[in-house]
Design a protein around this ligand. Structure first.
Ligand SMILES: [Cu+2]
Length: 303
């Protein structure tokens, strides 16, 4: 393994750990700290355990069923736990109740190996055993929107040199009436690997920028994010009216409700790999699904 890879990974692991503190439902699952990696690369599978099984007080064991396409080089032992590996399985088991992982503590169980799978999702099924009961994180979602109760841990395997695609959902552009010079685009972004939204473009506007809207005293102020917007691995970042947003300025044509606007997002990941994704974004008067509170101000652009 290239040592520079290790040092680059470390800060991200810390970031991931920090984001665990802002605990949300997603971390109830067993997930991989680094959600994407290139085929042919050395990969550190760090399984994050964020809580005990339902109604249990502590995690007492973890068994990872290693999928084809990942060849294990080394599993990291855990103090006070017994590490065992057999063909296709790696398990850690607490030697005594006092070595178990308390439900309110988070830990990572680490397996190093080489990724040989073809690009696409690779699923690691993980059995978590507890003082009471167990949870088998082994369900493979049927589609992109499926949310099984016990999902397996997902690794997005990438072609070498390519960036992990960012998941975009609930995207919309606020309609602009004729004569209006600017409007905003909003969406949710979730990247499997740490990346940054560094820019955007669209044929309907002369300029598209990543903006932040913030209260300063009692005035709402907007500013362009020159460094772009951070997308921490696996975390949903929402672009909303009143928060981060894409500002479309110097509109070339009316942006009418019901129309669709192509928007190209530009990303730069933590390894410096640039990528683009083009979306077809519907135009609406307000957030689809009727999210309240965004009718204040037709998104006038004042700095
Ligand atoms: Cu703005």
């Amino acid at each position: 393994m290239n040592p520079s890879n290790i040092s680059r990974r470390a800060p991200r692991a810390i970031l991931a750990a920090a984001s665990l503190l802002a605990c949300n439902g997603a971390f109830a699952h067993v997930t991989l700290a680094e959600g994407s990696a290139a085929t042919g690369s050395d990969y550190v599978a760090a399984f994050r355990v964020g809580h005990a099984c339902k109604e249990a007080k502590a995690t007492t064991g973890l068994t990872v069923r290693v999928p084809a396409g990942f060849s294990v080089q080394k599993a990291e032992p855990r103090e006070g736990w017994t590490l065992a590996s057999s063909s296709g399985e790696i398990s850690w088991k607490a030697n005594a109740p006092q070595n178990a992982l308390p439900g309110d503590e988070k830990a990572q169980f680490i397996v190093r190996g080489k990724l040989e799978a073809k690009p696409g999702p690779l699923w690691f099924k993980v059995l978590q055993t507890c003082d009471v009961g167990s949870a088998d994180w082994a369900q493979v979602p049927a589609g992109d929107t499926a949310r099984p109760e016990f999902p397996a841990a997902r690794l997005m395997v990438l072609a070498p040199g390519s960036a992990a695609p960012v998941e975009v959902s609930d995207a919309w552009v606020r309609r602009a009436v004729p004569g209006q010079s600017g409007t905003g685009a909003f969406m949710k972004l979730k990247s499997p690997a740490a990346t940054r939204l560094v820019g955007a473009s669209t044929p309907v506007a002369g300029v598209a920028e990543v903006h932040e809207m913030k209260m300063e005293g009692d005035t709402m102020k907007m500013r362009a994010l020159g460094q772009g917007l951070d997308l921490p691995a696996g975390q949903t970042v929402a672009l909303t009216p009143g928060g981060f947003h894409l500002m479309l300025m110097d509109l070339k044509q009316p942006v009418a409700a019901g129309a669709t606007v192509p928007i190209t997002l530009r990303f730069m990941d933590a390894k410096g790999v640039a990528s683009e994704q083009t979306l077809q974004v519907p135009v609406a008067v307000s957030a689809p699904g009727g999210a309240a509170g965004d009718s204040a101000g037709e998104h006038q652009h004042k700095h």
